[in-house]
Design a protein around this ligand. Structure first.
Ligand SMILES: C[S@@+](CC[C@H](N)C(=O)[O-])C[C@H]1O[C@@H](n2cnc3c(N)ncnc32)[C@H](O)[C@@H]1O
Length: 255
């Protein structure tokens, strides 16, 4: 499998090692920009949409500080594996899992989600979640192919992320490209292309359950506070515009 992702993964690890406390101060334990005003509504939405249920074994690929994992393990009788590329986040997650007495229900590993098939046994998980994490990938197709290997037949992958809009108008397309490039630089992101992501899922033999707009009203106040506090300016003097679509994608591994 191509390892062209390694440079980007190293950058992302350094980014979260450095920025985790800043996220913690503004976002709290759930590092997701597209959200309703409170964490509980966001995580209940995810729980339902991703089809999480008692008895499942779940991988949270790009788990942050295990905020979502801790919520799901309290709400349901599930076993959750968290994975983060950032050693700092993994230590913070371990501390929080212990603080919540959930050591029997959540494990956390430092590793790269491009290498899932080397980290976990084949056919292990009922669900794999990428909650605003796959957009950091240097090579999303490799991460998706790797996820397929460790899902049980009938298991599902759930991806929440955003995809740049496209335009026939060259000037507007240039503006979109500029904002995406600023966002990638500021957030160590690598904004995904929707068509390529769907192509990668289908080439890996996933079958599509749904692709849809996320069904809650976004509250941008936390993201705006974060960007104001840390001097992040995505539009650099341009008038702000809607440059990306937030979508949820769920696919299953055929039986
Ligand atoms: C925006 S945060 C989202 C965190 C978490 N899903 C949440 O909802 O709080 C992105 C997460 O993806 C993780 N991540 C990014 N690239 C990764 C990779 N190649 N392998 C594993 N984790 C990765 C980061 O370490 C970070 O924890």
């Amino acid at each position: 499998m191509s390892n062209t992702y390694k440079e980007q993964s190293k950058k992302v690890a350094d980014y979260y090692d450095k920025w985790n406390d800043r996220y913690d101060a503004v976002y709290g334990k759930i590092i997701q920009a597209h959200r309703p005003p409170n964490d509980k509504d966001l995580l209940n939405y995810t729980l339902t949409s991703a089809g999480l249920q008692d008895g499942q074994t779940i991988l949270d690929a790009g788990c942050g500080n295990c905020g979502p994992a801790i919520y799901f393990a309290k709400a349901l009788k599930v076993y959750v594996e968290g994975l983060s590329i950032s050693p700092y986040q993994v230590e913070e997650s371990k501390r929080r899992i212990a603080e919540n007495g959930l050591q029997e229900r959540i494990s956390v590993t430092c590793g790269d989600y491009h290498e899932l098939s080397g980290l976990y046994t084949a056919n292990k998980f009922d669900r794999i979640l990428f909650l605003e994490s796959l957009g950091h990938a240097g090579n999303p197709s490799s991460a998706i192919a790797s996820a397929y290997e460790i899902l049980k037949p009938g298991g599902e992958i759930y991806i929440k992320d955003f995809y740049a809009k496209k335009s026939l108008d060259n000037l507007f397309q240039e503006k979109i490209n500029q904002v995406v490039s600023n966002l990638n630089r500021h957030y160590s992101y690598n904004v995904m292309d929707l068509e390529s992501t769907i192509g990668a899922l289908r080439k890996s033999n996933f079958e599509i359950d749904f692709i849809k707009r996320i069904d809650f009203k976004n509250d941008a106040s936390i993201k705006n506070d974060f960007e104001a506090q840390f001097g992040i300016d995505l539009f650099e003097g341009m008038e702000e515009f809607y440059f990306a679509e937030w979508l949820e994608i769920k696919c299953f591994k055929p039986l």
